[in-house]
Structure formats: C-alpha cells, structure tokens
Design a binder for this molecule. Structure first.
Ligand SMILES: Cc1ncc(COP(=O)(O)O)c(C=O)c1O
Length: 359
C-alpha cells in the first residue's frame, strides 16, 4: 500500500522526508553506533541532538531573547494543570481569566478550577463554539488571560489576538508553526507536539523569563517550569526520540522557507476547501467566516448517511482520517504543515465529484 493523504487531527501527518531521514538513521545514528532511542539523555551525543532540535525549533518559531523553551511531557492536557500552578502564586495573584472557545478551552478551565476560582471572560459555548467571542473584563490583577489560538474540534481560529492587561497564555497545540506569531505578544505558549511539531509524546512550553519563579506551593515538581528550566528540561528522562524528530521537523520547516512561507501554503490549502464548501448548497460549515480555522476544516453534507458515505469513499480514494469529531459529526479535514497542497487539492476534487454524484 502506498502512503495516503492523512487528514487526521493528531497524531497527524509528518513530512515524508523527515520519516525517510529518521528511517535511514533509525538503527545507527551517524557516528554514534546506536539508535537515538538507545542513547543516554545525559550523554554528549544526545545533548547535541537535543540542543540542535531546540535551536531549530526556536529559529522556526522566532523565539526572541528573554524566553525559555522547555521540552516536556504530559501533553497540552498536562499544561492545563501546569499553567495555573506556575502562574497563580496564591499571594500576588489569586485568579486568572479564560476564554472558552471549545472543548479543550473548557478542559483547561475545569482543570484550573481544581485549586482556583478563575473567571471566564468570553464564551461562545451557547452558540456551539461557531465563532471567537470578544474578550472583555480581563484585569491587571489577573495572573494571565488563557486562550486557545486554534480550536481543533470546532474549526475556529483567532483572527487577531485579544488585548489584555494580563500576560497572554496560549494553547497553540493545533496551529503552532503554521502561521507567523509575534512571540513577544505572549507570556506563555504551549503545545502538544502531535500536529505541527512532531510525533506525540513531546510537549513544548515557551515561557517569558519574568514569569518563571512564581510557582504555587501546590505545584508538583514535574509540572514546575522553574525547576524544569533549571534542569534544562531534564528533571527526568525526556522523550528523547520525539525531541530528535521534532528537530528534523523544525529543520524541514526552515527548508520550506520558514513559517511565513508555510503560512501562505496553508492559507491556499484552506481556501481550496472552503471554496468548494461555499460554492453550492451541498456542503455546510457553521463557522463565521472571519474565524475559520486554516488547520481544521469542518463540513457536513445534507445528511448523516451521506457523511458516512463520504468518509468511506474518501478512505478508498486514499484520503484518510476525515471523520469528524464524535460530538460534532460530519467531516474534519486537518491540513497541518505536512499536508502538501496536492493533498488538499485531491480532497477538493473528491468533494466536487462526491457532490456531483449525490446532490
Ligand atoms: C487545541 C488543543 N488543546 C489541547 C489538546 C490536548 O492535547 P494532548 O492530547 O497533548 O493533551 C489538543 C489535542 O488535540 C488540542 O487540539
């Protein structure tokens, strides 16, 4: 079987050249006499790999001076707990503000409420999360404002960042490295790796240095960014192979011309699909146009039966992973960086042909 176009939401498609390089280096990493997986994380060879990966990632992201990049574990879900534990110190800061724009934002709010009474300052839940709500009422006394820059399940994206007197903390899991962000606008950015950074198992946290050093007394060591920064992300054994692959992916991003070049391709890919959705009455997408995601395009046909047929026939045509999230239904095409333009084009052609056969 040849490789399919993989539209899964995450774990997701990886650049083919990265997989091939990893395969070539799998059994024996050049000059090491062993696989990256077999190396001690404290050894000279692995430290070199780790530092190269972090340098490539930082270059691709445009991380300025004054920020620390941590390579951790526990997923974005782990950071739902770590963010309040590291930033609401219980002395100078006792609360934080959250924008509720979907299931993952809700999960972050719920986790923060384990210890603290955080405030929801924007919420589109009553309208099925079909838009990004206006954020109002953030206070300078809030420890931070938490947003989800791209909502993977509901197919929405902030078209501009909200103004906030408190540091902006972003769950960027599903659109990191896909569009240019000015990192200086953020206090903290975090992301599970399994969409645009690399394989699952690695979690990246980017922290402005002045936000280190104020963990709450409840903050467990493993979640503590200050401790992790002191230990250079190696408080315990890091996900060594995932970090190596993330480095290959970051180098791939740079070789494509960087995030700004990929952003243009990503906009073109998304437009291909939204154009098919908008050009007739067959497909629907519930999201207000200005908030449409460029990474996760959700759509439905006129019936659940046709949705099921679409997913099945697409799979046969080599277009995999299109079934929508269980609570939303329909289809979801995740078109992260590693999805080539040709893949989005093949899906757009399939959508047109399916419509012609079924309308
Ligand atoms: C925006 C967003 N946040 C959080 C998560 C949860 O990530 P993890 O599985 O790494 O905990 C996901 C996963 O799909 C996501 O898309």
């Amino acid at each position: 079987m040849s490789r399919v176009y993989n539209f899964a939401a995450g774990p997701a498609a990886m650049p083919e050249s990265v997989l091939k390089q990893a395969a070539a280096e799998l059994v024996e990493f050049p000059g090491a006499g062993m696989s990256v997986m077999e190396m001690s994380h404290r050894g000279k060879k692995y430290i070199e790999i780790f530092e190269n990966s972090r340098a490539a990632f930082n270059e691709a992201m445009g991380i300025p001076e004054g920020y620390t990049t941590l390579f951790l574990q526990g997923g974005a879900t782990g950071q739902f707990a770590a963010v309040p534990l590291n930033l609401i110190d219980g002395e100078s800061y006792v609360t934080a503000a959250y924008a509720n724009t979907g299931n993952f934002a809700s999960a972050a709010i719920k986790e923060a409420r384990t210890f603290y009474s955080v405030r929801v300052v924007a919420d589109s839940g009553k309208d099925g999360y079909t838009y990004i709500p206006e954020v109002t009422g953030v206070l300078p006394t809030d420890a931070y404002l938490h947003i989800t820059t791209n909502n993977t399940v509901y197919g929405t994206r902030y078209d501009r960042l909200p103004e906030s007197p408190a540091p902006l903390v972003a769950d960027m899991s599903s659109n990191i490295l896909s569009e240019v962000y000015d990192v200086t606008k953020f206090g903290v950015i975090y992301a599970g790796a399994q969409k645009n950074i690399g394989p699952a198992g690695l979690t990246v946290v980017i922290v402005r240095n002045d936000l280190l050093g104020r963990p709450n007394k409840h903050c467990l060591k493993i979640l503590n960014w200050t401790e992790q920064a002191k230990a250079d992300s190696m408080l315990n054994t890091p996900p060594t192979f995932a970090i190596y692959l993330a480095g290959l992916c970051a180098k791939w991003v740079l070789a494509q011309g960087g995030v700004s070049a990929l952003e243009q391709v990503n906009v073109a890919k998304a437009n291909l699909l939204y154009d098919v959705i908008d050009c007739g009455a067959f497909y629907t997408n519930p999201v207000k146009k200005e908030y449409r995601s460029r990474m996760n395009v959700i759509f439905k046909t006129p019936s659940e039966e046709l949705d099921a047929a679409f997913v099945k026939e697409a799979e046969k045509a080599g277009l995999s992973g299109l079934k929508g999230y269980r609570t939303v239904g329909g289809m979801r095409a995740s078109i992260y960086n590693a999805m080539p333009f040709e893949g989005a084009n093949a899906l757009a052609d399939f959508m047109k042909a399916f419509e012609a056969r079924n309308k």
